[in-house]
Design a protein around this ligand. Structure first.
Ligand SMILES: [Zn+2]
Ligand SMILES: [Zn+2]
Length: 126
């Protein structure tokens, strides 16, 4: 009846395929994808194979990664994950305290500025 179902096996989507070894959750239901700082996620067995001897380049973008850099994807949506990272980075770069300002008004202006920058970075980022 639904012809297209033949081409879409259950439990499988583009999101659930390891780009390195092409194994997916349909073939390997226990597979876990982990995300490095460059967001080129890959499965645990690839990470073991590539990074167990020490830092090595990401197979996609050649950025040097370590096994400990990978984190378990906490959200289905990578965008959410990415936004969290952006916000963390902003918090690191804009970490002034109220004491750094002459008065509360200046501090509030600064907070508004940070909020504006966050919005811009998000727009830019996606
Ligand atoms: Zn893999
Ligand atoms: Zn990469």
């Amino acid at each position: 009846m639904y012809q297209q179902d033949r081409f879409l096996p259950p439990y499988s989507s583009a999101e659930d395929v390891c780009p390195i070894c092409k194994s997916d959750r349909y073939l390997n239901p226990g597979m876990k994808l982990l995300v490095p700082p460059c967001y080129h996620k890959m499965c645990e067995s690839c990470i073991d194979r590539l990074f167990s001897l020490g830092p090595a380049p990401c197979p996609v973008c050649q950025r040097i990664l370590r096994k400990t850099n990978f984190w378990t994807q906490r959200f289905e949506d990578l965008k959410v994950e990415r936004e969290l990272q952006v916000r963390k980075r902003i918090a690191r770069n804009f970490n002034k305290r109220p004491g750094d300002f002459k008065d509360v008004r200046q501090y509030n202006d600064y907070l508004e500025e940070v909020e504006d920058i966050s919005k811009w970075i998000e727009l830019d980022f996606f």
